[in-house]
Design a binder for this molecule. Structure first.
Ligand code: FMN
Length: 341
């Protein structure tokens, strides 16, 4: 998608900077002036109920752009139906060494190995508490600290679940970032079952204690094979989860070979992940047959890509990299395309 003339200028200035510097500048501007994004036009309404929640439209902000929940009013003003903040870990952590975020403009793509740099639950959730979110649905995405040993990973997620419970409309359990050692091991086998079992037991306790329910989603990688995807879907159903977010970034590099930065370690996002991410949505939809809703994410850089995710079986769609390349107008166009589909 060609950016609007107005965003085209902003993008030129931002793309002249290192990718992470541009990111911080954008977050700081949106935090200070939440209505900047709204200047690109407000998205219309296309109400839908998913996970028992009312969404004003099907297009959401994917996790990772607003890790510390600093810009919730801006996402609301931009017209997103929902925004997922995080990934938030129990304790603050700096993430990996810089540079750790790279643009691949020829393929409308990014590679990042940020490694859950975030201010931790206390501060991020205090940001959530003080933010006006209007009628936009808010997801809180939780993860584990890099320093937490694999055997204690479950404790970090339970801590995140308990802390986010009073503030989130839904909570996403991120077990699919490629940038935290061992994280993706939580997607399969005994480690997965132990994690989902613990979350399910904690949720019953939280329901009893608070008298409220908060839907829980799990976010998966595009790099699992189809049988792994089906096994994850079965485990999600068996443990009473409410949705699957498909997908996170990919380790695959076939689509970007030979390009500058293609060999950087990390997760690849944007156009090159679209096809596999949509295929994962399709595998999930066929296997689940409506038992759980799917949130489709990966490579939505044009409005019709959102429609593609919905047609593959997603109920909701999220965007990250497309927003960087196409600008906030993509939200409005994607909402309209989804509504007409
Ligand atoms: C710079 C960057 C940071 C990200 N950080 C997170 C994160 O903290 N947690 C998470 O669940 N996903 C994270 N993601 C993954 C996105 O949420 C999304 O799943 C992925 O990028 C595919 O969507 P896209 O092609 O629209 O970007 C990140 C992606 C990027 C590009």
């Amino acid at each position: 998608m060609i950016p609007s003339a107005c965003y085209g200028l902003a993008r030129k200035a931002l793309f002249a900077l290192d990718a992470e510097h541009a990111h911080h500048l954008t977050i700081a501007s949106l935090a200070r002036a939440p209505f900047t994004g709204a200047a690109f036009g407000r998205a219309g309404d296309d109400p839908v109920e998913v996970m028992g929640l009312q969404f004003r439209n099907r297009i959401g902000l994917a996790a990772g752009l607003d890790k510390n929940a600093e810009c919730i009013p801006a996402w609301n003003a931009m017209g997103f139906g929902f925004a997922e903040v995080g990934t938030i870990t129990p304790k603050p952590q700096p993430g990996n060494a810089k540079p750790r975020m790279f643009r691949l403009p020829a393929k409308t793509a990014l590679i990042n190995r940020l490694g859950f740099n975030n201010v931790g639950l206390d501060k991020a959730l205090s940001n959530v508490r003080s933010a006006r979110r209007g009628n936009m649905v808010l997801g809180i995405n939780i993860g584990k600290n890099a320093a937490t040993p694999a055997q204690q990973a479950v404790d970090d997620y339970v801590t995140g679940l308990m802390a986010a419970w009073p503030l989130a409309d839904y909570i996403t359990v991120n077990v699919s970032s490629p940038n935290t050692k061992g994280l993706r091991d939580l997607q399969a086998g005994d480690a997965r079952d132990a994690l989902l079992g613990a979350l399910s037991a904690s949720r019953v306790r939280l329901q009893d204690a608070t008298g409220q329910n908060v839907p829980i989603a799990i976010k998966i990688a595009p790099d699992m094979d189809d049988d792994g995807v089906r096994a994850m879907a079965d485990a999600a159903v068996a443990n009473g989860l409410d949705a699957i977010v498909a997908t996170n970034t990919t380790l695959a590099r076939d689509a970007v070979q030979g390009l500058s930065h293609a060999d950087e370690v990390g997760g690849l996002s944007g156009a090159p992940v679209r096809e596999r991410a949509t295929a994962v949505v399709r595998v999930l939809a066929e296997h689940l047959g409506g038992r759980l809703p799917i949130i489709g994410v990966g490579g939505v850089t044009q409005p019709e890509h959102a429609v593609e995710k919905l047609q593959a079986g997603a109920s909701l769609v999220q965007i990250y990299t497309g927003l960087i390349y196409a600008g906030p107008a993509l939200v409005r166009h994607a909402v309209r395309a989804a509504k007409q589909s």
